[in-house]
Design a protein around this ligand. Structure first.
Ligand code: PHE
Length: 375
């Protein structure tokens, strides 16, 4: 073997051997084929065609070879680099085409969707459930307990105990769905409860005083289904019975609730109303959380959410009628109470700008998915 000469280092030259070059090329082609997306391809390009890539370094070594070996080495290195470049171009084109196909699918707009929020592809809870829980949480954080009652309810709880006398027209006011007449020996027939107020009665009859409860649940009325009415809907009801409660406490609870649910600083408005079980009774409106009342002022921009009224009707409320306290065995001279009740679908519609109550009912999973896991 001849002594190593400066211009020709056999160790370096070995890296330009046909076998070595083939291995470098094979490594590069394998890495390019394995790149599953454009980012991975970028990494493979740097590793196999970048400045420090084996084939690039091999190319730089050509100059150090004896002149006789250069042409051959140059051809082989050039061919290997060309093969790698071609593979990179091809893989880049394939991966870009794949990405474009995916974007077309992922970003397709389903014009039949009832709602224009981005869709979560995971499962989703229904907004009536999540908003209902959120409403209940607001009360629970104020120290209220959750109380529940049956949906098929005795007429006595749904009406009599709430101071609706048997022939009182207010019984019809709620478009009751009657289920069954009284069983022999019973005084009361069965109805699908028309509101969550019978849970007030159940709570007052069974729980110790003072009493702070909140009851969410399903209610039924023989309403025809349209954009704002549904024969089945959800209400949430708040009831407090304690010594010395006044309308100011009711107002305070309503304000705290509206601020927690719809936004700080929103005003509320109480206007006289009638419910047999509260006296005095009022209808609760809150300042529109979108325009904050500006749409109702002269020259204000119109507001879709409050129909430029500036206010949104939200709930019924009042001081528990002493007759209701008496029906539940509570001394009205010692205790007083307040109650308010509101529709959960209505809260969902107001909070999320849903225009049609039927969207909350029809069980189209795309509607729930639009809300993701959010409350
Ligand atoms: N139960 C009433 C309704 O369904 C709402 C309400 C609840 C009013 C509590 C006053 C107090 O219309």
């Amino acid at each position: 073997m001849s002594a190593p000469n400066k211009a020709y280092d056999p160790v370096e030259a070995a890296t330009l051997s046909a076998g070595e070059l083939q291995r470098m090329q094979a490594d590069a082609l394998a890495a390019i084929a394995a790149a599953a997306n454009l980012d991975e391809l970028k990494t493979a390009r740097l590793a196999h065609a970048g400045d420090r890539a084996p084939l690039t370094l091999a190319n730089a070594e050509i100059g150090a070879l004896p002149p006789a070996a250069r042409a051959d080495a140059g051809k082989r290195v050039g061919a290997a680099r060309a093969a790698v470049r071609a593979a990179l171009v091809q893989r880049q084109a394939d991966l870009e085409a794949e990405r474009d196909r995916r974007v077309l699918v992922d970003e397709a707009v389903d014009v039949t969707l009832p709602w224009d929020r981005p869709m979560s592809l995971d499962g989703a809870r229904h907004p009536v459930t999540t908003v209902g829980e959120r409403l209940a949480d607001v009360f629970v954080s104020m120290g209220y307990e959750i109380a529940e009652g049956p949906e098929v309810e005795a007429e006595w709880y749904n009406f009599d105990a709430l101071n609706f006398p048997p022939d009182h027209p207010a019984r019809e006011m709620q478009d009751t769905i009657f289920v069954a007449g009284p069983e022999p020996g019973e005084r009361s027939g069965k109805v699908l409860r028309t509101h969550t107020s019978p849970v007030q009665i159940r709570a007052m009859l069974t729980r110790p005083l003072p009493l702070y409860v909140v009851s969410p649940g399903k209610c039924y009325r023989s309403d025809a289904l349209d954009a704002t009415h549904s024969p089945v809907f959800h209400q949430i009801e708040c009831l407090a019975v304690d010594e010395g409660l006044t309308m100011a406490d009711l107002r305070g609870a309503i304000n705290a609730f509206v601020e927690a649910m719809f936004g700080e600083g929103l005003q509320t408005r109480l206007r006289p109303d009638f419910f047999p079980f509260t006296e005095p009774s009022a209808d609760v409106s809150m300042q529109c959380h979108v325009c904050r009342g500006a749409s109702a002022k002269p020259g204000g921009e119109p507001c879709r959410v409050c129909r430029s009224q500036g206010w949104i009707e939200l709930a019924g409320c009042g001081m528990v009628n002493p007759r209701v306290l008496v029906a539940c065995g509570i001394d009205p001279d010692r205790y007083s109470g307040f109650a308010f009740g509101l529709g959960i679908e209505r809260s969902v519609m107001v909070r999320h700008g849903v225009a049609d109550i039927r969207d909350t009912l029809e069980g189209d999973v795309r509607f729930s998915r639009a809300f993701g896991m959010e409350a």
